[in-house]
Design a protein around this ligand. Structure first.
Ligand code: 1Q0
Length: 212
């Protein structure tokens, strides 16, 4: 992936993360998130505390994938199965990670919740339902915010106000002029939605949606 963020690359990574049988490849999932981090970084240092947290979570997943039990971290499905069978979902002493007490499942759950926010936010932008700051904060209150304590909610609220207006925001996606960028955005939403739904169903089936 190139240094310059492109929205299309993010969509491609998330699209590629799903196999025909709806297995979700963790390598591609992480790649998609790396692209999102690039966009976040291009928005300026106000968003640094958010991208730092995402980078941290991605490095946990990458270290699990590169560790001695890495083969189990090939896909979302194999990760869930492995951590459930080995009693690692709640953290435990995971021999596969350098980080004690941190499971792949709880780490990915945080990103999964954020993906819902992104889907709502980008959907709103693509349908021109308001300005990016307004849509961002609306999407946040409908999703991620319920999982965050007050201090994070207020920091997030301040950061949202620094988002650029619609046209500059669309240009920052590196997907052409605003009308084209809107089309690309419209294509991103169902892809993010499918990744979200597959994860949500799997986590719900195994009662993993509230991992501490
Ligand atoms: C564009 C503005 C970005 C707004 C992001 C909204 C979320 C704000 C949340 C800020 C919280 C970050 C600080 C740390 C929080 C953690 O405590 C929390 C829980 O983890 P833990 O280990 O303490 O239990 N972490 C999270 O909830 C993860 C939050 C991740 C936020 C991910 C935001 C990704 C942003 C991507 C920007 C993309 C813009 C559009 C690009 C279009 C491309 C298709």
């Amino acid at each position: 992936m190139s240094e310059q963020f492109s929205l299309q690359e993010v969509i491609d990574s998330f699209r590629l993360s799903l196999s025909d049988s709806k297995e979700l490849s963790l390598d591609h999932y992480v790649e998609g998130w790396r692209g999102l981090v690039k966009l976040l970084n291009s928005l300026g240092s106000v968003f640094g505390f958010i991208s730092k947290d995402v980078v941290n979570k991605l490095s946990i997943l990458v270290s699990l994938r590169g560790g001695p039990e890495g083969a189990h971290y090939l896909s979302l499905q194999s990760m869930v199965q492995y951590e459930l069978q080995s009693g690692l979902v709640e953290g435990g002493d995971n021999p596969a990670s350098g980080t004690r007490g941190v499971s792949g499942c709880r780490t990915l759950l945080r990103l999964h919740r954020a993906l819902r926010w992104l889907q709502l936010f980008l959907g709103g932008v693509s349908r021109d339902e308001g300005t990016p700051p307004t849509l961002c904060s609306l999407a946040y209150s409908q999703s991620l915010s319920q999982h965050h304590p007050w201090v994070i909610r207020s920091a997030a609220g301040l950061a949202f106000r620094m988002l650029p207006p619609r046209d500059p925001f669309l240009r920052m996606l590196n997907a052409g002029e605003p009308p084209q960028a809107v089309e690309v955005l419209g294509g991103a939403v169902p892809v993010l939605g499918e990744v979200y739904t597959i994860t949500e169903e799997l986590y719900s089936k195994h009662d993993l949606l509230h991992l501490p």
